[in-house]
Design a protein. Structure first.
Length: 849
């Protein structure tokens, strides 16, 4: 603490004299003034004379607790003590110091009113000296002991309070976490309880069903003397099921059934009579003597309740589709569960027959309800389940010669995926192939046996991609290899948005682990799935048949050589890629025809890619003719028409079947209009290929038909059947024939033996329909209505073209009495004319199974 003396303001000599005054002299005057105040302490501060000796100067104005305690001084006496050792208070109170002149001057100046300070200016002091303190409030103040103790206690209390809050927060967090865990455990326990209750009720129902079936068996064995005893035992156990836990439910039927079998039937004795049954057999005690029987398989629409054992057959229970499938018949339609299926009450038959039953179900017209599709336990699937027919199975044979399969394809999503088509896109196959010939794995056909295959794929597509789209059949010999294209077709860029249809076919020799899949690509990146591509949903567009090497069949593939611009006529030149037996099939000396060494049936396809320029190309189009040369004479097999294009890429194809003799040859020729320049492509990539399979006539047959010129359907055609006539009749053909009498005359082809049929239809017509539907129908001897096997469509006629065409290729299984026919439908329009003769043809090949 510092004290300063403030002199009175003024100028001249007075100011100089005050500034040079001796501070000790001024301090003595102040001390004498203070001593005078101390003498009157009882009137001012209430302090006695003893208390005043303990303070000095301005300290006497402070309370006792705020005064500084005087330091103890060592007692000193004698002449060696320093002068400053005498206490200031003793000097002031006990002696009267001399008065110096500066003190008198100051006192005199203070008595002059004009030269003195006012009382307020001197802080209430009588002297002209003011003592001030340069302490800033709050900075250098020294708190008292109580304040320090209180402050320490407050700080410690705050720390304890904060620690207490933190511990409480931690405790609350732990409690919340434990509460959350307990809630989760409670929810899981509730779910387990519900699941156990559900299982308990299901097992109760199963036990009741088993109880009923067991007593039906007991009644049939005429063991009436033990029926009352067994019934009382089961009733007592059934009454206790509701209050028991799940483990008791599982034991009830098994334990008491064994006891019942032991008591009623005498298991030990009869098992000895049955002997050792196979793993898929059980001992049937109802027969006398008991014998081993094959375990029953649960039929379609039923699920297994109990496994087949040595003493009991497998038990099955009907599946409740109405309960398992939500909104099976709709929101406002009642669903009725039936054995092996269901029935939607109040729904019209035409709605149900159009696919209302859903996947893995078909509409049974006899009982007017939806039934589950059957599964082939033994043998192979000859025909997949359809909308109106159950699955048809064939008996498994170690030496079967042929087999077939057909299915749909999965079209990639056109809304969410944005995969670039120019990089290539797979079209996966649907359905499960239950056969020892091949399996469907991830949309690819994986072959399991050696043999020859023939593949057909029908498609209808609407696109706006630049140049063209190309669809291929790709065969992979190894999973790591990219594979090769068996054959490919190109779909040109249309002058509008309408559906374009085509078919791609091919043959190959396969081995186990070879894979086959469908592949699509575009030559440039200006084509994506979302905006420019749309597939029409067809029925069973993919089909194939397999031939064993035991048939003696031979497969061949060749590609075309590229040519420069041609006009009017073009004859392709073949270059062999592969052939399984070069002796049976050879090329003519100029490479323009294929020669056969022995008699048999030939199935062929020719795909040619081309680029056309000229306006006359569009109007007249292109015609592909197939010839067979017999003893030096050419006979026309068929004609295939293709709508023309101008400055576009496209493909023209011809496929069929025919009987050949030793030395016969097959060749092709393409006719194009005058002033139409065409370039024909050919390479080893499968772009332009020729494929065929030759089969000995001992196990095969063929029939070639042309549409009849009389009674051709025209106008608004709805489900009209086409009439045909034979083109090349073959003597002693007993396997298949065109029906010539009765209501099916000239419309149906009748098969007399079991096997596989491969059919190709080419139709040339003029129409104004938005869509033309061509359907292959099959009729069994016990059916009243035919069922659709495969379907192809054609879109609107191209602008500027006189004609258009639609083609259909398919393979399917046939039996003795099976009939096949072709029907035609026009959607929103009319059919004006159908070309007859060789321009609209139907060829069918049959191979024994």
């Amino acid at each position: 603490m510092a004290f300063g003396a403030y002199p009175r303001t003024g100028g001249g000599a007075g100011a100089v004299s005050r500034s040079t005054a001796d501070p000790n002299t001024i301090l003595h005057a102040v001390i004498r003034k203070e001593n005078a105040r101390v003498a009157t302490a009882p009137a001012n501060g209430g302090l006695n004379s003893n208390d005043t000796k303990e303070c000095k100067g301005i300290e006497c104005r402070l309370p006792l607790r705020s005064r500084l305690k005087p330091k103890a001084r060592a007692h000193c006496s004698g002449e060696h003590c320093p002068p400053g050792a005498v206490a200031l208070g003793a000097e002031v109170l006990g002696q009267s110091s001399p008065v110096h002149m500066p003190d008198r001057a100051a006192q005199f100046i203070g008595e002059i009113p004009d030269l003195s300070y006012s009382t307020t200016e001197l802080g209430g002091a009588a002297l002209g000296v003011q003592l001030t303190c340069d302490i800033k409030p709050g900075d250098n103040e020294v708190p008292s002991e109580d304040a320090l103790i209180l402050q320490l206690q407050l700080s410690k209390g705050q720390e304890k309070f904060v620690e207490m809050l933190k511990s409480q927060q931690k405790t609350i967090g732990d409690l919340q976490q434990r509460l959350t865990e307990q809630q989760a455990m409670l929810i899981n326990q509730q779910r387990e309880i519900l699941a156990q209750q559900r299982k308990m009720f299901e097992q109760m129902e199963l036990v009741k069903v088993q109880y009923t079936m067991l007593f039906d068996t007991i009644k049939q064995t005429s063991l009436t003397n033990l029926q009352a005893e067994v019934q009382s035992q089961f009733e007592s156990h059934l009454q206790g099921l509701q209050g028991q836990i799940q483990s008791q439910l599982q034991k009830t039927y098994a334990v008491h059934k064994v006891e019942l079998d032991a008591k009623v039937i005498g298991v030990g004795d009869h098992l000895l009579e049955c002997g050792l049954c196979q793993s898929d057999e059980y001992c049937d005690f109802q027969k006398i003597p008991p014998q081993c029987e094959r375990c029953t398989m649960c039929p379609a629409g039923f699920f297994q309740v109990s496994e087949c054992s040595a003493t009991a057959d497998r038990i099955c229970q009907d599946k409740d589709e109405c309960l398992e499938l939500v909104n099976l018949c709709g929101d406002r339609i009642k669903c009725l569960n039936t054995p092996g299926g269901f029935r939607c009450l109040g729904v019209a038959e035409r709605d149900i027959a159009s696919g209302f039953c859903g996947r893995d179900y078909f509409f049974n017209k006899e009982i007017q309800e939806c039934q589950a599709c059957s599964l082939c336990d033994e043998g192979t699937v000859a025909l997949q389940c359809s909308l109106h027919r159950d699955t048809i199975c064939t008996q498994a044979s170690e030496n079967h010669l042929s087999g077939s399969w057909s299915t749909n394809t999965e079209v990639p999503s056109l809304k969410f995926e944005q995969s670039p088509i120019h990089l290539g896109l797979n079209l996966p196959l649907q359905g499960k192939l239950q056969s020892d010939l091949a399996t469907n794995e991830d949309g690819r056909l994986v072959f399991r046996q050696h043999g020859l295959i023939w593949v057909d794929y029908n498609f209808a597509i609407r696109h706006n991609c630049r140049n063209f789209l190309q669809l291929s059949l790709r065969l992979n010999e190894d999973e790591e290899e990219e594979g090769c294209d068996l054959s490919s077709v190109r779909v040109e860029q249309p002058e509008g948005k309408y559906y374009q249809s085509s078919s791609v076919s091919g043959s190959a020799e396969v081995e186990p682990s070879h894979t086959l899949h469908l592949f699509m690509k575009s030559p440039n990146q200006f084509c994506n799935q979302s905006n420019d591509l749309s597939f029409y949903p067809l029925q069973n567009p993919f089909s194939f048949f397999w031939l064993s090497h035991d048939t003696g069949a031979v497969a061949m593939s060749a590609h075309m050589a590229s040519s420069v611009h041609y006009q009017t006529n073009y004859r392709p030149v073949f270059k062999v890629i592969s052939i399984s037996d070069p002796y049976m099939i050879t090329l003519f000396h100029d490479g323009r025809a294929v020669r056969f060494t022995e008699q048999g049936v030939v199935k062929f396809v020719y795909h040619q890619a081309l680029y056309a320029m000229g306006h006359t190309c569009i109007r007249e189009g292109f015609t592909l003719l197939s010839y067979i040369n017999r003893n030096g004479t050419n006979e026309e097999l068929m004609q295939v028409y293709k709508s023309g294009v101008n400055y576009r890429d496209t493909s023209i194809s011809a496929s069929g079947a025919a009987m050949v003799n030793g030395g016969d040859t097959i060749s092709f020729q393409i006719h194009s209009p005058a002033q139409c320049s065409v370039r024909y492509f050919g390479d080893t990539s499968g772009l332009s290929v020729f494929s065929l399979i030759w089969i000995p006539s001992a196990v095969s047959s063929a029939l070639l038909l042309a549409v009849s010129g009389s009674a051709l359907p025209t106008g608004a055609v709805k489900n009209k059947f086409l009439s045909f006539q034979e083109v090349l009749p073959v003597a002693e053909q007993n396997q298949l024939a065109l029906v010539t009498h009765g209501q099916f005359a000239h419309k149906y082809v009748l098969f007399h033996r079991n096997g596989v049929a491969s059919l190709v239809l080419n139709i040339k017509l003029i129409h104004s329909c938005d869509i033309i539907k061509v359907t292959l129908n099959r009729l069994q001897s016990d059916d009243t209505q035919p069922s659709a096997v495969a379907r192809q469509i054609g879109g609107q006629m191209p602008v500027g073209s006189q004609w258009t065409s639609v083609g259909l290729s398919a393979s399917f299984a046939v039996w003795n009495g099976t009939m096949a026919a072709i029907s035609l439908d026009c959607v929103r329009g009319r059919i004006n004319q159908i070309a007859h003769g060789h321009e609209t043809s139907l060829s069918i090949m049959w191979v024994s199974s």
